[in-house]
Write a protein that binds this ligand. Sequence first.
Ligand SMILES: [Zn+2]
Length: 75
Amino acid sequence: MADNRVVQGRMVTAVALAELIENGDVMDAESITDADRDCPDCGGDVLEVGYMPSVTEFVTGLKCQDCDWQATDRD
Ligand SMILES: [Zn+2]
């Protein structure tokens, strides 16, 4: 997949990134994009991925590429 990105030193796919943010399985994920913000914890680059944790739900997740910081639009 051309969509792989490096997060905390690991290559992840969109689904793998969504599963990191969700801390569980997701049904589907969109392409990873660069979020228009910096990490509030370390100032690193933040990735954004839209995903479906279940058939009825769509969540936009954010994850820092350099540290453990993450968030979703549920928060
Ligand atoms: Zn960070």
